[in-house]
Design a protein around this ligand. Sequence first.
Ligand code: NAX
Length: 327
Amino acid sequence: MRNFVSVAVTGAAGNIGYAMLPRLASGEVFGPNTEIELRLLEITPALPSLEGVVMEMMDCAFPLLRNMVVTDDASVAFDGVNWALLVGARPRGAGMQRGDLILANGPIFTGQGQALDGAADDCQVLVVGNPANTNALIAMHNNSKLPKSRFHALTRLDQNRAQAQLAMKAGVPIKAVTNVAIWGNHSATQYPDAENARINGQRAFEVIADHDWLRGDFISVVQKRGAAIIQARGKSSAMSAANAALDHVMSFEGVTAANDWFSAAVRSDGSYGVAEGLIFSFPIRSHGGGRYEIVQGLPISDFAQAKIDATEAELINERDTVADLLG
Ligand code: NAX
């Protein structure tokens, strides 16, 4: 158990930051005996707004919050941190294609990858800002200090969405649904895997009779959930995204039960035939302290393989788009 943790959050004045910061400082992520320092990075024009967030954080009088640093300099933000939560990114503008967004955000993550050379030796890096997988790839390639296995991208929100859909369909509590894997990119090509999911320990396909739903709407609802929330709320997911990022941190800090897994995009080591080096979402089992394994040997049907191939192809294409930024 640590008694102190330093956490950087980028884009801290944004929507996700606002939902994330109080929960980080409350003790629910690192435990009731761990004091926390928050190192908050924003672009210069957003610093006044971030000061307002910091005032609110002070007014929460969190007993475990030792210190907050506000800066527009990534090397100050990442100095000595144990976790770097890279939330800040440029939003997709009107008429912007995915390729344009990738190119617009790339330079942010080259600079932040370099600045992470100043992080603590045990630092783990979670990229939330989109396109999260490829931004994590850029940060990983531009960092010369941390092991490549420490660069992750968030697909936990997709896992949580899939878990909730399966629980609703089966009429069971959320905790009855386990072993939910998201494969690939945090994008509409991701593959939420019902074939390996379990409900009360049984295969989801045995519990849910509507197999057309499992192979059809289940997948597309999860893939398009982000867009549905923007449509309904007029803003992108923030509460659920912050919640998922904190779930991700807690899963990597903890030890995963031997018969379960969680989803996160990490550097592919070639498991399941996925091109080595891509930041690809896999089922993961954590051993704590930054050590984890990609769960091996899960059965992959022809249906699943075609989906995994499609999301891999998209990530290879994204990697080619940013080839100049990969050093
Ligand atoms: P907001 O636009 O509310 O906040 C983003 C913040 O980042 C802004 O305050 C902005 O000033 C800041 N920022 C921009 N460039 C920066 C830089 N170079 N350094 C530091 N800060 C910078 O967006 P929000 O709703 O908070 O979403 C943040 C990111 O999360 C977006 O890229 C969004 O697409 C992505 N998401 C990722 C999800 C995932 O599951 N991986 C789900 C939710 C969300 O869509």
